[in-house]
Design a protein around this ligand. Structure first.
Ligand SMILES: N[C@@H](CCC(=O)N[C@@H](CS)C(=O)NCC(=O)O)C(=O)O
Length: 211
């Protein structure tokens, strides 16, 4: 399998963690999201991923998977152990909801393309863009801080999908200097995760394309 990735992409970071947890090795193809206007816009990459985003996962069959939630679900389906969701349906729904707050409500508003649109098309200055970014992260994290049940991971003794989403989003928040002092439970779960090799080895700064 080939993973199309960029070290700073939090969606790719999620997939790197998921692959490591499942013990699946891939060849990594690096797509620099800002160099030369962004390699994701090249005709070669557009042929792989028409949305021009990372990650993409090419299977040995030649099929290409895109969108980190779909890729992570696929990995969980073909390698059921360790499971990314608890057995109980209510607990599963809670874990999925936690991941969705990040994947559906925080990350899409703060991603490279929307931020570039604010700057280039809507002509917003950097302080306004930073305020936008901080607002959506802080609002989302405030909700997550009340639903998390650390012990030591987001939902107890086992790593779940919630942890796979949380750790990359906290990395993003720090990079954009979002204060995290109001979110001690999120930060504690992150610290527990990063003690695991699967999370530690997926860190952006440990990737071959890190700058
Ligand atoms: N919902 C998608 C988001 C993918 C995504 O937006 N990736 C970003 C990096 S985190 C990207 O490739 N951005 C390129 C761009 O905005 O031009 C997923 O989870 O895979």
């Amino acid at each position: 399998m080939k993973l199309y990735t960029y070290f700073r992409s939090s969606a790719a970071y999620r997939v790197r963690i998921a692959l490591n947890l499942k013990g699946v090795a891939t060849e990594q193809i690096f797509i620099h999201l800002t160099k030369d206007g962004g390699k994701q816009h090249s005709p070669e990459y557009r042929a792989i991923n028409p949305q021009r985003r990372v990650p993409s996962l090419t299977l040995d069959s030649g099929e290409v998977l895109m969108q980190s939630p779909a890729i992570i679900e696929y990995l969980d389906e073909i390698h059921p152990k360790p499971a990314f969701l608890p057995a109980d349906p209510v607990e599963r729904a809670k874990v999925r909801a936690f991941a969705a707050v990040i994947g559906c409500d925080i990350h899409p508003l703060n991603n490279l393309a929307p931020l570039q649109y604010l700057r280039r098309v809507l002509k917003q200055e950097q302080p306004a863009i930073d305020a936008w970014y901080h607002h959506w992260i802080t609002e989302g994290f405030a909700a997550l801080e009340t639903t998390i049940q650390p012990g030591p991971y987001c939902f107890g003794a086992n790593v779940t999908l919630a942890d796979i989403y949380l750790v990359p989003q906290l990395y993003n928040a720090r990079r954009l200097k979002v204060p995290l002092d109001k979110f001690p439970k999120l930060v504690a779960a992150e610290a527990a995760c990063l003690k695991l090799a699967a999370f530690d080895q997926a860190r952006p700064e440990s990737q071959p394309d890190a700058e």
